[in-house]
Design a protein around this ligand. Structure first.
Ligand SMILES: Nc1ncnc2c1ncn2[C@@H]1O[C@H](COP(=O)(O)OP(=O)(O)OP(=O)(O)O)[C@@H](O)[C@H]1O
Ligand SMILES: [Mg+2]
Length: 604
C-alpha cells in the first residue's frame, strides 16, 4: 500500500530540476540556435526602438500642447500637434504589429528547428534509453518544453530590451523635465522593489509545483488510456479515479496558488502606482497653483509614471518565464546531449551473402553484470531453420535483438558468413534481416503502408503478393476497403492472429535473406493457427531462419532445435534426437502433449 501511494511521486526528478534564471552556458546554446535569424532579431530591435520612441513622445507632445499652444491660444500649432499625435499613434501601432510578427516568425522558426532536431536525435538514441525514459516524458520534451523555449526568443530577449529601454527613456525624460517631481514620483519605489523580491521567491516555488503536477497529470492520463482495457476488465475505474483525483487536486491547488500569487502581485503594484500618482498630484498640484510648475509638465509626469510601472510589473514576470524556459532548455539539452548510438561498423554486406549465422560464446546483459545470456554458442547454416525454445524469460527475444544489434553484446562474437556483425554497417545488417516480433506493432495509417512501412520502392502489387503468400490476403480482402483500411491506435481493431499475419507480410515484402520470428505467446484459433503454420512453412523455405516458438508443434520440422534455459544453451538437436535424449525438451514436449490430449479429450 505504501508502494501504491508513492507510485505517482517518483520519477519526476527531471521536472523538478532547478536551474538559475540566467545560465550563460545555456543562454549561449540558445543563442546559437538563434544565430541563423540574427537579421530578424536586428529588425525587431529597430522596430522596438521605433515603437518605444513613439510611446515616449506622446506624453511629451501633449505636455507641449498644453503649456505652449492651449495656454497661448495658438490654434494652428495645436491642430498641427494634434495631427502629429495621430501620426505617432498610427506609427506606434504599425511598428508594434511588425515587431510582434517578426519576432514570432523568428521564434517559431527556431522552435521548429529545435523540435526537428530533437526528433531526429531521438531516433538515433540506443533502445536502452527508451527502456529507462517513459514515453510521456519524451513527448512532453518535444511539445511543451520546446514551446516554453519559444518564450526565451519572443517574450524575453527583445521585450526585456523594450522594458529596459522604456524605463531608461522615461527616467531620462523625467529627470530632464523636472528633478524634484521625478524624485517624488520615485518615492514609492523601495516598496515596489521589496514586493517584487517577495513575489519572485514565491512564484518560483509555485511554478515548480505547477510544472511537476502537470507532468504527473499527463503521465497518469496517458497510462490510463493505454491501459483502459485492463482497467475496465478488472473494475479498477474507481481506484484509478481516486488516484487521479489526488493528482488532479494537487494540480488544482498549485494552479490556484499561482493565480492568487499573480492576482496579488499585479493589483498590489497597481495600487502602489496609484499611490505614487496621488503623491504626484498632491505635490505637483500645489506647485502648479503656486505657479512654479507648468501644468503640461504635471500632465506628462502622470503619464510617464504609469509607463514606469508597467515594465516593472513585466520584468518581475519575465524573470520567472526566463527561469522556467531555462529549465526547459536544460531538459531538452539533456536529450540532445545523450550520445547518439554510433555505428562502429563500416563494412557493407556483399550481395553474395549466404546468411549463415553463428553465435560464438556470446555473453549479454541489459544492465551490467545481470547476465541474460551466458556463453551462448550455436550456428544456423545458410538456408536452414533453427528453432529456439525455452521458458519465459530464458533470453529468447534477447537473442534476436542482438542479431539486429539493437543492443550490443559484452563478450563473444556474432558472425554472419564469418563476418563479425559489429563490423557491419547497422543499416546494412538490418536490411539483411526481417524480424517478426512477439507483439506486432502497427502504425496509424493505411494497412498497405503498414506492410511496406512507407518504403516507396515496394509497389501495391508487391504488398498484395506478400499478403497473399502469407495468407493475410483473405481477411484483408474481406474488409470493406481492403488494403486502404486505416489502422487505428496500434491496430487494436485486428486480432492477434491477424496482426501476426500482417507482420509476416511486412517481413516478406522486404524479402530479407535472414528471417527471425518471435512467435506470439497468445493463443490463436485453430483456423488462424493453420494459416500461420502454412505461411511459416513458405516463409522459411530457402531462407536462413530463426524461429522462437512457444508451441512445439510449430517447430517439429526445424533443422535444429535449441533449448535455452536461464540464458544458457541446455540442449540442441533435431526433434527426434531431443526426444530420444529424454532431457528438458522431452519434458517440455510431454507437458504440451498432455495438455493437448486433455483438451481434445474434454472437447471431444
Ligand atoms: N529491455 C530490457 N531491459 C532489461 N531487462 C530486460 C529487457 N528485456 C528483457 N529483459 C530481461 O531479460 C531476460 C530475458 O528476456 P527475454 O525477453 O529475452 O525472454 P524470452 O525468452 O523472450 O521470454 P518470453 O518467452 O516470455 O518471450 C528477462 O529476465 C527480462 O526480464
Ligand atoms: Mg520473448
Amino acid at each position: 500500500m505504501a508502494d501504491d501511494n508513492n507510485r505517482e511521486d517518483t520519477g519526476f526528478a527531471e521536472e523538478e530540476l532547478e536551474v538559475k534564471a540566467y545560465d550563460s552556458r545555456l543562454m549561449k546554446r540558445l543563442l546559437g540556435f538563434a544565430a541563423r535569424y540574427w537579421y530578424l532579431f536586428a529588425l525587431a530591435v529597430i522596430l522596438l526602438f521605433a515603437s518605444t520612441a513613439a510611446d515616449l513622445a506622446r506624453p511629451y507632445l501633449i505636455g507641449i500642447a498644453i503649456d505652449e499652444y492651449i495656454r497661448k491660444g495658438d490654434t494652428a500649432s495645436l491642430s498641427r500637434t494634434g495631427s502629429y499625435y495621430l501620426l505617432l499613434v498610427v506609427a506606434g501601432f504599425l511598428f508594434n504589429l511588425l515587431q510582434i510578427y517578426v519576432l514570432s516568425y523568428a521564434g517559431q522558426s527556431i522552435i521548429f528547428n529545435i523540435r526537428q532536431k530533437l526528433f531526429a536525435h531521438m531516433q538515433k538514441l540506443p533502445l536502452s534509453y527508451f527502456d529507462k525514459n517513459p514515453v510521456g516524458r519524451l513527448v512532453t520534451r518535444v511539445t511543451n518544453d520546446t514551446e516554453a523555449l519559444n518564450e526565451v526568443y519572443t517574450n524575453v530577449l527583445v521585450t526585456l530590451l523594450k522594458d529596459i529601454s522604456i524605463l531608461a527613456g522615461v527616467l531620462v525624460i523625467m529627470f530632464r523635465l523636472h528633478v524634484t517631481m521625478t524624485l517624488i514620483s520615485l518615492a514609492i519605489m523601495p516598496v515596489v522593489v521589496v514586493l517584487t523580491v517577495f513575489f519572485r521567491r514565491r512564484i518560483r516555488k509555485v511554478y515548480r509545483k505547477v510544472r511537476t503536477s502537470l507532468a504527473k497529470i499527463n503521465s497518469a492520463i496517458s497510462e490510463n488510456i493505454s491501459g483502459m482495457r485492463i482497467i475496465q476488465m478488472f473494475n479498477r475505474e474507481k481506484e484509478n479515479y481516486d488516484r487521479f483525483d489526488k493528482i488532479g487536486r494537487e494540480y488544482y491547488r498549485a494552479v490556484m496558488s499561482e493565480v492568487i500569487t499573480f492576482g496579488l502581485f499585479r493589483p498590489a503594484v497597481e495600487m502602489l502606482s496609484f499611490i505614487a500618482l496621488s503623491l504626484l498630484i498632491w505635490f505637483g498640484g500645489q506647485e502648479v497653483l503656486e505657479g512654479s510648475l507648468q501644468f503640461g509638465i504635471l500632465y506628462a509626469f502622470t503619464n510617464y509614471l504609469s509607463m514606469i510601472f508597467h515594465p516593472i510589473n513585466d520584468l518581475a514576470e519575465k524573470y520567472n518565464i526566463l527561469q522556467s524556459s531555462m529549465a526547459a532548455s536544460e531538459r531538452i539539452f539533456m536529450i540532445l546531449d545523450t550520445p547518439a548510438e554510433e555505428d562502429s561498423g563500416m563494412l557493407n554486406i556483399p550481395d553474395s551473402i549466404r546468411g549463415e549465422i553463428e553465435f560464438r560464446n556470446v555473453w549479454f546483459a541489459y544492465n551490467e553484470d545481470d547476465w541474460v545470456l551466458r556463453d551462448v554458442s550455436f550456428t544456423v547454416p545458410a538456408g536452414k531453420t533453427v528453432a529456439i525454445v525455452g521458458a519465459t524469460g530464458a533470453g529468447k527475444t534477447s537473442i534476436i535483438s542482438l542479431l539486429s544489434r539493437l543492443y550490443e553484446i559484452q563478450k563473444g562474437e556474432i558472425l554472419i558468413d564469418g563476418i563479425n556483425i559489429r563490423d557491419v554497417r547497422k543499416d546494412d545488417l538490418r536490411r539483411l534481416t526481417g524480424v517478426v516480433l512477439q507483439d506486432v506493432f502497427l502504425f496509424s495509417g493505411r494497412l498497405k503502408d503498414n506492410i511496406r512501412l512507407d518504403e516507396e520502392s515496394i509497389s501495391d502489387e508487391k504488398v498484395r503478393e506478400a499478403a497473399r503468400y502469407v495468407n493475410a490476403d483473405g481477411f484483408i480482402s474481406r474488409l470493406p476497403i481492403g488494403y486502404d483500411t486505416e489502422v487505428m491506435e496500434r491496430g487494436s481493431t485486428f486480432s492477434a492472429g491477424q496482426r501476426q499475419l500482417l507482420a509476416f507480410a511486412r517481413a516478406l515484402a522486404f524479402d530479407p535473406k535472414i528471417l527471425v520470428l518471435d512467435e506470439a505467446t497468445s493463443n490463436i484459433d485453430t483456423e488462424t493457427e493453420m494459416l500461420i503454420q502454412d505461411a511459416l512453412a513458405r516463409l522459411t523455405r530457402d531462407r536462413t531462419t530463426i524461429v522462437i516458438a512457444h508451441r512445439l508443434s510449430t517447430i517439429q520440422h526445424a533443422d535444429k532445435i535449441i533449448v535455452l534455459h536461464k540464458g544458457k544453451v541446455r540442449e540442441s538437436g533435431t526433434h527426434q534426437e531431443l526426444l530420444a535424449k529424454r532431457g528438458m525438451y522431452y519434458s517440455l514436449y510431454q507437458l504440451q502433449y498432455q495438455k493437448q490430449e486433455l483438451q481434445s479429450a474434454t472437447s471431444g
